[in-house]
Design a protein around this ligand. Sequence first.
Ligand code: AP5
Ligand code: MG
Ligand code: ZN
Length: 214
Amino acid sequence: MKIIMLGAPGAGKGTQAKMIAEKCGIPHISTGDIFRANIKNGTELGAKAKGYMDQGLLVPDELVCDLVVDRIQQADCEKGYILDGFPRTIPQAKALEEALNAIGQKLDFALDIEVSDEHIINRMSGRRACVGCGATYHVIFNPTKVEGVCDICGDTLILRDDDKPETVEKRLEVYHSQTKPLIDFYAAENILAEIDGTQSMEKVFEDIMKILGV
Ligand code: AP5
Ligand code: MG
Ligand code: ZN
């Protein structure tokens, strides 16, 4: 099963993608996580991406497309995958389509998690991310067992640099102008499914399972 996740920053793409990946036994590929891991490891790609990310802007398409096209051709993607945070622009969607056509594959589902902007701004201030493994939590909706400590790896939780309110606003602006057009793009391909992302995490997951027929 080949799935892409659409939705505004903070809509819950990462939260749901992780659960779907576990349930379906396919890899969860998050371009945001890939960039954050590169920043943490001090790579050249990380250095290039950081400036854009900190400002809430998109990293240029040419730094993203090859990376993803390469990743989805690795052995663990044979049964499918979930792309979280890619594609994010029409050129990225076209690059993906072209790459898939070349290897005789196509996407099965584009899941759009719908959450209003006001809702997002409230949500983001409560998100905490693990510096060690990248797991995400929420101080109210998905707290860790011990405050400030990752349940999975025991490392420290932080508020992501780009989750400051002014940067979240910029990310929302970028989302509306550059990413939202993908909804019509995938509707035209007949693979779009919309989910109400303001429900509880469990209910959102339940709705997604129904759509996937799992
Ligand atoms: P990325 O990491 O992809 O960030 P994003 O799209 O802004 O999305 P988030 O990860 O912030 O939100 P999410 O939807 O995953 O929500 P989550 O599940 O965490 O990208 C970061 C940056 O990298 C970009 O700004 C860009 O610069 C660059 N980048 C990445 N990909 C790129 C690309 N393809 N092209 C160019 N640049 C790219 O949930 C949010 C919070 O809400 C959490 O605390 C969670 O616990 C909580 N929550 C989740 N669901 C619920 C619920 N149902 N009810 C209550 N709380 C909930
Ligand atoms: Mg995410
Ligand atoms: Zn961790």
